[in-house]
Structure formats: C-alpha cells, structure tokens
Design a protein around this ligand. Structure first.
Ligand code: KG4
Ligand code: ZN
Length: 326
C-alpha cells in the first residue's frame, strides 16, 4: 500500500501544504503572502510568521478536503527545516510536530534547496532521475549552481549579492511595474525587439553577481530618452545570460549533460527557451506549479528518500536551521 504523506512548507512567504500518495501529488494548496507583505515593502519575518500561523490550519483543512483523504489516514508528516527564515520555519515545524504527536505518526525533515533540485521529477519514481547532473536553483532567495552525484549535492557557486529573483523584484519596483513584476518583465521583454545593452557580469568562478546590473537599470531609469521596454529587454538578457554561461561552463568542465533547474525563476520563459536551444544537454524543468515554493516538492523528496532508506524518522525536537547547507 502506498503511504499517505502530509507535507508542510513555510520557509519564507508561502504557506504551502500538500498531500501525496506514494510519489504522486493528490492535492497542493499554496497561500502566497506577497500581496500582504507588499504593504510592508517586503517580507518582514515577524509579520510573515504571523500570517503563516493565522492561515496554516485553514490551508491544511482545504488541502485535506481537496484530496478527499481523512486526516486519520495520513501515514507520515514531512516539514521543511531550512534554509529560510527562522520565525516562519518554526510555524511549519510546530504544526508538523503537533500533527505527528496527535496522530501518532512519524515525522521527517527536508532541506528546502534540495527539494527544489528534485522538483522536475515530482510524481515520478526514483529511477527516472539522472544520477549525475548540473543543478541550478534560482529563486527569490537563492541563486546556486550545484553538481549532483547520486544523492550528494555540492554547491559550485552562488550569488555574491542579490538572488536573481530578488533582482527581478527590485527592477520591477524601480521601473514601477505592478505585481507580479517578474512575470511582467518576462512578458514585456519577449514582446520587445530592441534592447538597451546592459553590463554582463562574468565572474571567473561559479559565483553570480547581479548588483551591478541592478544599479545600471536604476541609473538608466532616470534617463528620459531610454525606452522602458528596451531597458527591460536588456536587463532580462543580461541576467539570464549570466545563468546560461555558468551552466555551459559547468556542463563542459564536468562533462555532465543532464541539467536540472528549479525555483521560482525557472518559470522564466527566456531562461527556458535559452536552455532548450542548447542541443547537447538533457534538460529537466519543473511544471510551472512546482517552480515556486511548494510543499509537494518537500513531501516528494521525503518519499523518495524513505523508499531508498536514506532518511531517518525524527523525534519531536526538530529545530529550524535558517542557514542550512546542502
Ligand atoms: O522559489 P520562490 O517561490 O521563492 C523563493 O524561494 O524565494 O521564487 C520566487 C521568485 C520571485 O523573486 C519572483 O520574482 C521570481 O521567483 N519569478 C520570476 C518569474 N516568476 C517568478 N523571475 C523571473 N521570471 C519569471 N517569469
Ligand atoms: Zn525556494
């Protein structure tokens, strides 16, 4: 019999709950706080954690209802324990422990970044996942290029300043593009023919940097003779090409031709088309609903690991680890 998993994700500003049966997602509900947090100009940890605690049980109820599965049929609980914001992680963890205690079921903990790395495979069995791969996790909080060797993930490089999703959000703000800014930047860039040439950072190792590009956009935004849509296209080209260059560098250096992408920015259409045009790689992209932070990827990774005997049951002393490494 396939086990029923209830998974919880609260590492930043998405309250997400998922019910899985084996590796298959039965139901997923994600409440994004972006609109609430916008009133405060960004994610303020104490406010974000209060919003999580206010809505998490409502979302659990909705997810259960949607799945048609009774809460007493749940076999195991899984929760994200890091990296992320300590206050918000703690809300998910305390709810997970309470459920595990009351239902008398085992509890497992999962690394959020590792879960993004497996998000393209959600719903599939372990044997379809490449053993060795170059992995790129790009989101509002992370820009990491990783080499995967079986279950080991080793970070090759990460951002030295802002995460790429964060830069999209800040550029949207600079250019007064309404929420949701990043997909709109993507859309405008695609519809625009000419571009304002933007500086392209090219650090020699595997690290990324986007702050120079952000400052350039900020300065150019004051220049009345520059067309906003052409500046947007130049920005997107420069930001995404930096990602593409690092992927090519890693593929060539390690001679690994399987490439996995995860995180909110993996929804970007220009990133997807640029990757698709590299004809010597096998590309694994998540479905759009699994690009942003979601509990399905948390539950899925735990089920894979449980099936492979690679994860231990936790006791009720799980703690949040905000700066958790891979
Ligand atoms: O993975 P995610 O939900 O949250 C973090 O873990 O941070 O990613 C959210 C990020 C936001 O910064 C948003 O600007 C970015 O993903 N994003 C995009 C697009 N859609 C969402 N960035 C570029 N192009 C998009 N189409
Ligand atoms: Zn994330």
């Amino acid at each position: 019999m396939k086990k029923i998993t209830l998974a919880i994700e609260t590492s930043c500003d998405d309250t997400s709950i998922s019910i899985l049966e084996g590796v298959e997602v039965i139901s997923l509900k994600t409440f994004s706080q972006i609109k609430e947090n916008k009133k405060f100009g960004g994610v303020i940890p104490e406010i974000a954690s209060r919003i999580h605690s206010k809505f998490i049980f409502k979302i659990i109820n909705e997810t259960l209802e949607d799945s048609g599965i009774d809460i007493y049929k749940i076999d195991q609980i899984v929760v994200t324990y890091g990296p992320g914001l300590v206050n918000t992680l703690q809300v998910g963890i305390i709810v997970a422990k309470t459920l595990a205690l009351i239902l008398n079921k085992p509890i497992y903990k999962i690394n959020h970044i590792e879960a993004h790395a497996y998000s393209p495979f959600i719903g599939k069995e372990y044997n379809v996942i490449p053993q060795r791969a170059i992995v790129l996790v790009v989101s509002g909080g992370h820009t990491e290029i990783i080499v995967k060797n079986n279950w080991k993930l080793k970070t090759l490089g990460s951002t030295r300043d802002d995460a790429i999703g964060e830069v999209y959000d800040k550029v949207a703000k600079i250019l007064k593009i309404n929420y949701p800014g990043a997909p709109k930047i993507d859309e405008i860039a695609n519809k625009t023919f000419n571009e304002v040439k933007c500086p392209k950072t090219n650090l020699e190792n595997y690290d990324f940097s986007f702050s120079g590009l952000k400052t350039f956009v900020f300065n150019q935004s004051k220049n009345k003779s520059i067309k906003k849509n052409e500046l947007i296209k130049g920005f997107q080209n420069s930001a995404i090409k930096q990602l593409i260059d690092k992927i090519k560098k890693a593929v060539n250096e390690f001679e690994i031709y399987d490439v996995i992408i995860g995180g909110g920015v993996s929804a970007n259409s220009f990133l997807r088309s640029e990757l698709n045009s590299i004809d010597y790689i096998n590309l694994y992209l998540p479905k759009i609903q699994y690009t942003i932070d979601n509990a399905a990827m948390i539950g899925y990774l735990a089920v894979l690991k449980i099936n492979q005997n690679l994860i231990e049951k936790e006791n009720l002393e799980i703690d949040a680890v905000p700066k958790l490494d891979l």
